[in-house]
Write a protein that binds this ligand. Structure first.
Ligand SMILES: NC(=O)c1ccc[n+]([C@@H]2O[C@H](COP(=O)([O-])OP(=O)(O)OC[C@H]3O[C@@H](n4cnc5c(N)ncnc54)[C@H](OP(=O)(O)O)[C@@H]3O)[C@@H](O)[C@H]2O)c1
Length: 200
């Protein structure tokens, strides 16, 4: 029987694809690692010389994105999130794997406007101009309806997953200085508002 959460029913996934997932999958092939068509090593995907800022880049999806940009030849990768020890460990790991890449870390709480302002002040103070902004930091909601979440939880989710991203993007598009190569890029990874990469 199809699983249901709080009145919502999800389509069961064919056993051949993902026996444990509770979502329907609109594709016939599932990949669990990169493949040639999207390889970071493809020349046309080169990120040579670029400075990439990744929010929540110390763990999970964000750290994998950092590895992808490092593989593609990014010059500088900045990892920003709340836990300094996690960022420091990620920086060590990335530097060991990609010694040619300069890895920097900075504390950031995307739900806090002052923290976002402090990050951009630090970037400016160090002459760092961001070419690619990856909005990855995010929190996932439990499978409940908006009515059952309560307005305080909704506001916390909104601050992290939406408002923080809007504010970071605002600083990004208004930053001064010369960027490397083609125009600036924003990639939004979070589930609630994810879209493919955007250009200004
Ligand atoms: N995992 C999936 O299957 C999946 C699927 C689709 C989309 N996504 C999206 O991909 C993104 C990463 O997912 P994940 O699975 O890698 O999650 P994760 O392991 O929980 O990582 C989230 C990262 O965001 C940071 N973060 C959380 N709140 C923050 C805040 N207020 N300010 C700054 N940084 C914050 C965390 O670091 P600190 O705690 O140190 O701040 C952590 O590094 C999320 O936006 C998620 O919605 C994930």
């Amino acid at each position: 029987m199809a699983p249901s959460y709080d009145g919502l029913t999800f389509s069961p996934v064919p056993k051949a694809f993902e026996p444990t997932a509770a979502f329907s999958i609109p594709v016939t092939t599932l990949h669990h690692s990169t493949y040639p068509a999207i390889s970071a090593l493809r020349p046309e995907l080169s990120q040579a010389g670029k400075t990439v800022l990744i929010t929540g880049g110390g763990t999970g999806v964000g750290f994998s994105i950092a590895q992808g940009f490092a593989s593609a030849g990014a010059a500088k990768i900045i990892l920003a999130a709340r836990r300094q020890d996690v960022l420091d460990n990620a920086s060590k790991k990335l530097t060991a794997e990609f010694p040619a890449v300069e890895v920097l870390v900075h504390p950031l709480d995307v739900s806090d406007g002052e923290s976002i302002a402090a990050l951009w002040a630090w970037l400016e103070g160090h002459g760092l101009v961001v070419d690619v902004l990856v909005l990855n930091a995010g929190i996932a909601s439990p499978p409940v309806t908006v009515g059952n979440m309560g307005h305080k939880n909704i506001w916390e989710f909104y601050k992290v997953n939406v408002y923080g991203h809007v504010m970071l993007s605002d600083y990004f598009i208004k930053q001064e200085g010369k960027r490397a190569g083609l125009g600036p890029k924003v990639c939004d990874i979070t589930t609630p508002d994810s879209e493919p990469c955007h250009t200004e």
